[in-house]
Write a protein that binds this ligand. Structure first.
Ligand SMILES: NC(=O)c1ccc[n+]([C@@H]2O[C@H](COP(=O)([O-])OP(=O)(O)OC[C@H]3O[C@@H](n4cnc5c(N)ncnc54)[C@H](OP(=O)(O)O)[C@@H]3O)[C@@H](O)[C@H]2O)c1
Length: 342
């Protein structure tokens, strides 16, 4: 890589945006910093020696200025219920690919629903949820499928050691809860269902050394949108370690704190994905550190592949559909360690 192409980052001074900016620079791309707060943006621009272009979703012309000359845009500013559509519109006007890191299920559904036809018609590429939740689980499920074209079930179990949420994560959760009227969401029988009952607590057999752990079942995340968008799997189930689920539910859990020179927190993750067809099972397992930090190599690897033509689709598409999933996942080393077990 190292093409020096400009990539606009909307929400550049947020926690995730900063990781994305650093990753773009590390890989020889030129971040164009954008966001709504001119002061925060200026401070980051001075620190990084980069170009800053304040923009607001209420002012399309400001977004056009932010995206001018960029080869792609990455939207890291949530809630995406507010930011995704205006930034996608600007990307379509500029004729450049759009990627975001939205974990909000409803916002991701909206992106597919509102932009699929227009993006396909324009030959544009829009990639929602190109992040730890959404894109990563989809890549793992797609890699685990290997040559299967359909499966009965996909199980995505998140073994997070803890989950210290950012302000953006808390806001995203609140927006999604409000949009679904306090109900929870489940992907079953080939569609999304809203439920009033409590989710189950059960034990998930994570691979050693983690081993079996209590998890909240039906802890539905963005994979309920990304996986069924291109894989024929009628049941998609997500699980979360109870410690992490407790952290994210508690109002006083602190924000993530850096423990290394990359700014990563001490949080570790293991993502265990099992796809099942009849009595046969296939598995993909990934391990790493800090779900916010790892979102940067995920979305920047995606940008790199898009800018170098290594894609299978256009329109609105999930990571597993656009990219060669096993090859993509292997390219994330050393940020993740990967085991594919056919
Ligand atoms: N799918 C995943 O795995 C994944 C991973 C990482 C992050 N995310 C999502 O990404 C989002 C950001 O997370 P974060 O950790 O970076 O949180 P953060 O540090 O709180 O940053 C949030 C950013 O969004 C900006 N923002 C909020 N509302 C905006 C609006 N209306 N217009 C423009 N900018 C706005 C904020 O700017 P101000 O400071 O000006 O408010 C800030 O730059 C969240 O929605 C989070 O759920 C998802």
């Amino acid at each position: 890589m190292g093409s020096g192409q400009k990539v606009a980052v909307f929400g550049a001074y947020g926690h995730t945006g900063r990781f994305v900016v650093a990753e773009l620079r590390e890989r020889g791309l030129l971040p164009v910093l954008s966001g709504r707060d001119a002061d925060k943006l200026k401070a980051l621009a001075q620190e990084a020696g980069l170009d800053a272009r304040p923009a607001s979703v209420e002012h399309p012309a400001s977004l056009d200025r932010a995206l001018a000359g960029a080869a792609a845009v990455i939207n890291c500013a949530g809630p995406f219920a507010t930011t995704a559509a205006p930034v996608i519109e600007a990307a379509l006007r500029a004729g450049i690919p759009y990627l975001d890191v939205a974990a909000e299920i409803e916002a991701n559904i909206d992106t597919f629903a509102h932009f699929a036809d227009r993006a396909r018609g324009a030959g544009a590429l829009i990639v929602p949820a190109m992040a730890f939740f959404g894109g990563f689980g989809d890549l793992l499920a797609t890699a685990a499928m290997d040559d299967w074209t359909a499966a009965d079930e996909a199980h995505i179990a998140y073994g997070l050691s803890s989950w210290h949420p950012t302000a953006g994560t808390r806001t995203a959760g609140a927006v999604s809860r409000q949009r679904r009227g306090g109900r929870r969401i489940l992907y079953t029988k080939g569609r999304l269902e809203l439920r009033h009952d409590a989710p189950p607590t059960l034990e998930w057999p994570f691979p050693e050394p983690m081993g079996p752990r209590p998890v909240i079942g039906e802890f539905t995340m963005a994979e309920a949108v990304t996986v069924p968008s291109h894989l024929s799997i009628p049941e998609v189930r997500t699980y979360m370690t109870v410690e992490a689920a407790r952290d994210i539910a508690a109002p006083d859990t602190p924000a993530p704190a850096a423990v290394d020179e990359r700014g990563r927190s001490a949080q570790t993750f293991l993502v265990d994905v099992v796809v099942r067809s009849g009595a046969d099972e296939r598995r993909a397992v990934a391990r790493g550190q800090d779900i916010y930090a790892v979102t940067a190599p995920l979305v920047v690897e995606a940008v790199d592949r898009i800018l170098t033509g290594r894609t299978h689709a256009s329109g609105v598409a999930s990571a597993g559909e656009i990219f060669d999933a096993p090859d993509f996942l292997r390219a994330l080393s050393p940020h993740i360690t990967l085991e594919l077990r056919p």
